[in-house]
Ligand binder design. Structure first.
Ligand SMILES: NC(=O)c1ccc[n+]([C@@H]2O[C@H](COP(=O)([O-])OP(=O)(O)OC[C@H]3O[C@@H](n4cnc5c(N)ncnc54)[C@H](OP(=O)(O)O)[C@@H]3O)[C@@H](O)[C@H]2O)c1
Length: 147
């Protein structure tokens, strides 16, 4: 179908950390263009195998459930924005959480869902400013784990 021009990209998706072993097997054996799986500052299992394989094989990675369907960002917003958010060039929790995801070198994009325009603006602001380095990313993970 690709050769006929009927499909441009072929990939597989999963979520909630399900069936990563199967996903990995497909990535290693099939000529796919992208995968989609859950990745955020709490759900980080894909950092072990899936993201390194994606990077190595040039497979695009789409991060779903970036806010754990809202519960992660709702919970984060109950706490003050950390001082180091300034270094991330983020002025809200949603963009901080999204910048963590899209700054991983193997991540192609994150797909936050929203029904609200004000949330859309917050989320889109993650596309501005610096791309945090690994050390900064780890600071965020540790901060969230300690909250
Ligand atoms: N392929 C798969 O197996 C699979 C599985 C799961 C999800 N997905 C896809 O992944 C995407 C996201 O999924 P999701 O909806 O589960 O998770 P999500 O993007 O992690 O969470 C969406 C929730 O976050 C809230 N939200 C968004 N921006 C916010 C902000 N700035 N501040 C506060 N709350 C905010 C939204 O509420 P408001 O409407 O109030 O903003 C909504 O309830 C969707 O496109 C979905 O189709 C794919």
């Amino acid at each position: 179908m690709k050769q006929l021009g009927r499909l441009r990209y072929v990939g597989v998706t999963t979520s909630h950390g399900r069936r990563h072993a199967e996903l990995e097997k497909i990535m290693l054996t099939q000529p796919i263009d992208f995968v989609q799986a859950t990745y955020n500052a709490i759900d980080r299992e894909v950092e072990q195998r899936i993201l390194p394989i994606a990077r190595e094989r040039g497979i695009a990675f789409i991060a779903n459930r970036p806010f754990q369907r809202g519960s992660l960002v709702d919970w984060a917003k109950k706490h003050p924005l950390p001082g180091f958010a300034r270094e991330f060039e983020c002025d809200n929790w949603a963009s901080l959480l999204l910048k963590f995801i899209v700054s991983h070198p193997a991540v192609t994009c994150a797909i936050p869902a929203t029904t609200r325009l004000d949330h859309l603006f917050e989320n889109m602001s993650a596309m501005r400013g610096i791309v945090p380095e690994q050390k900064m990313r780890e600071t965020l993970v540790k901060y969230i784990a300690a909250l």
